[in-house]
Design a protein around this ligand. Sequence first.
Ligand SMILES: [Fe+2]
Ligand SMILES: [Fe+2]
Length: 343
Amino acid sequence: MLLFTDRELVQEGELKRLIMRGICRMFPLRSAPTFRIDNAVILCDVDLENFASAHQLRSALAVHRSAESPVVFLLRERNHHTESQARALGASDLLSGEEGINAALRQLMAKFPFLNAHQSCVPPETQRAIEDLLEPNTWNAAGNHGGLIDAGAQAVLDAIEAEGIQHWMNEVLSYDNLTYQHCLLVAGTAAAFGSSLGFSREDKVRLTTAGFAHDVGKAFIPLDILNKETALDAAEIANVRRHPMIGYAILKEHGVQNTDVLSSVRSHHELLDGSGYPAGLMGNSLPDLVKMVTICDVFSALVERRTYKQPATSEAAYDYLTDNEQWFDQALVRAFRRSILPT
Ligand SMILES: [Fe+2]
Ligand SMILES: [Fe+2]
């Protein structure tokens, strides 16, 4: 499902659920893709009284509608005028939206049950774990949440071993929630890395868990900084750079004891030549598992879509790792290639 909107929608409730499961892709009208995306249903949540929005929506629909796709309009104010405008823009169905986007999405899923049939390759326990992982309330509540991360990571490893990293990457790269996407990609590439090296189950789980949890500290970095579409200023960079230490502290506080996992969370932005952060550690003081998570992290960030850059191909991302031998352990980088790229 594609959702076009001119509103600032908070990704929570049903909207968050559908985006995280890859069922819904949400596009602000001002940045609707100019290439056609195959889809089953188009949902429009747009202020039709706003001339500029109606015009942008017409352009977006000209690109994305197909003969088979229902085009559903959510009318927050349903009256004769908005109904006829929606029909003029090609609405095949109208939803009354007085109760907001989440209620409308539930109506839509009931109307088009085939949308629910989308089978995500991301296991449900991983989806649940990651939703909690990125939520500050999880960590503000007392309790031991180490088990949550472990269950989510084990399920990632099982999925990668069953279906392969390419399948995983293809699906996860289509997700819209970028932090969610990033954690899944780093966990998935870490699982593939450990598997291709013939690690024991215990070591594979440790590496996948480290990848899965590496950015957990971002739960406490303001979303308007994480999602900022322009360059960060010095204060914002300093703010983001707190996430490794925050992640380390909260995992420790919540009962995670594995030193490899804790070190990866704290040190995944350290670089071999000591130019990384937070501590400026040199390569010889970094365990291999941490260096492996760093490789998975950088590779994933490069192949992901960001508002400010095009996604790199896997080959180009790999070339970046080999071009910067002062930062990344090249023996591990070569081993990583075998796990990610076809020979
Ligand atoms: Fe990070
Ligand atoms: Fe990361």
